[in-house]
Design a protein around this ligand. Structure first.
Ligand code: GLN
Length: 303
C-alpha cells in the first residue's frame, strides 16, 4: 500500500475545498486560524507515519478530546457509565438543549456536549486535588509528555460558553452531575482546548486500532473497551453527520470544531486530518472529503 502517494493525491484533489465552509468563530481564538490550512497523517499499527501538508502544526482538537475522556471514564467506572449517558446518535446539533429536557437529563451519547459533561463529571469524582487524569491519559496514550492545553482557548470558551453553562446547570437540575457545575465546566473547557497536530493525534489514537496498545506499547484500554469506543464513534462521532460519514467514509471517526477529524481502521491504521473550515454540521469540509478519498483509494474500510 503506497500511503504516501495516496496522501499526495488526496491533498491535490481536496485543494478546491480547502478554505470553503465556515470557521468556528463562536470560539474567538479559532477565528484567527488561517483558513487555507490542510494536513493529513496516516499512521499504521506498525507505527509507520505518512503525512502531507500541515501535519505537524498544532491546532485546537476540541471535541476530538471527548474520545479520551470517554475511554478514561470506561476504565474508571466500567459499564455503569451507561447508566448516566446513552449511546444512540442524537440527530441534533452537538450543543442542543432540546433533547435533554425530553429525556430527563440523560444525554443521548458521550460525544454531544451534554454527554461529555457527564463523562467528565464521572472522571472528576475519581480525581484528587492537583491531579489531571485526562491529561495524564492523553500523554500516556500518545507517549508524548509535551501535549497540553491552550489555556487562551480554554479562557475564551469559559468567557463565552453560555450554552455549555446552560447544559451543565440543566444536567445538575436533573441530578446527573455529582460535582459543582463550574468545576465540570472548567474541566470541559480545558479538555476542548487540547492542542495537538495530526501526527500527534494519530499517535494518540493508535490504541483504538490495536485493541488497546498505545503508541508507546502500553495497554491503555482493553480490547472490549476499544470495540465499544469505536462503535460509539461510528454512530455518534460526527454528530448528525454520522450516517453520511458511515456511507462516505466507512470508518469510526471523531471530529472537533477546530477542523480536525481522526478516523480509525482497526488492525490497520489511524488517519488524522485537519482543515479548519466546517460544514453546517460542524465537521471539517475538506477533512471529510480527504477521509472519503482515503477509503476509496485504498479500498480499506470497516465495511
Ligand atoms: N468546545 C466546543 C463546544 O463546546 C466543542 C464542540 C465541538 O468540537 N464539536 O462548543
Amino acid at each position: 500500500m503506497d500511503y504516501q502517494r495516496t496522501l499526495r493525491e488526496i491533498a491535490d484533489e481536496v485543494r478546491p475545498l480547502v478554505g470553503r465552509g465556515r470557521i468556528a468563530d463562536y470560539i474567538p481564538p479559532l477565528a484567527d486560524v488561517p483558513r487555507g490550512r490542510f494536513g493529513m497523517v496516516v499512521r499504521t499499527i506498525g507505527s509507520e507515519v505518512f503525512s502531507v501538508g500541515d501535519a505537524e502544526e498544532r491546532f485546537s482538537i476540541q471535541s476530538i478530546a471527548k474520545v479520551f475522556s470517554l475511554t478514561l471514564a470506561m476504565r474508571l467506572e466500567g459499564d455503569t457509565v451507561w447508566e448516566r449517558v446513552g449511546r444512540e446518535p442524537s440527530g441534533t446539533a452537538f450543543n442542543s438543549l432540546v433533547q435533554l429536557e425530553v429525556e430527563h437529563g440523560i444525554p443521548r451519547n458521550p460525544f454531544i456536549n451534554a454527554g461529555a459533561l457527564v463523562v467528565l463529571d464521572m472522571v472528576l469524582s475519581h480525581q484528587a486535588q492537583g491531579q489531571d487524569l485526562v491529561l495524564d491519559f492523553v500523554r500516556r496514550a500518545s507517549a508524548n509528555p509535551s501535549v497540553g492545553y491552550d489555556t487562551s482557548v480554554a479562557e475564551a470558551e469559559r468567557a463565552t460558553g453560555h450554552r455549555n453553562r446552560a447544559l451543565a446547570h440543566f444536567l445538575k437540575s436533573f441530578g446527573n452531575l455529582r460535582n459543582d457545575p463550574d468545576r465540570v465546566l472548567d474541566a470541559y473547557f480545558l479538555l476542548c482546548s487540547l492542542s495537538m497536530s495530526c501526527a500527534e493525534l494519530a499517535a494518540a489514537f493508535q490504541y483504538l486500532a490495536t485493541s488497546g496498545l498505545s503508541a508507546g506499547g502500553e495497554q491503555v484500554a482493553t480490547a472490549r473497551q476499544v470495540k465499544r469506543v469505536n462503535s460509539v464513534m461510528l454512530t455518534c462521532g460526527v454528530y448528525d453527520e454520522a450516517g453520511d460519514y458511515a456511507y462516505r467514509v466507512g470508518l469510526p471517526a471523531k471530529s472537533g470544531v477546530g477542523g480536525g477529524v481522526v478516523a480509525v481502521m482497526p488492525g490497520r491504521f489511524v488517519a488524522a486530518v485537519w482543515s479548519p473550515c466546517l460544514s453546517e454540521k460542524g465537521n471539517s469540509l475538506a477533512g471529510t472529503m480527504a477521509l472519503e478519498l482515503l477509503t476509496t483509494k485504498t479500498a480499506l474500510s470497516i465495511f
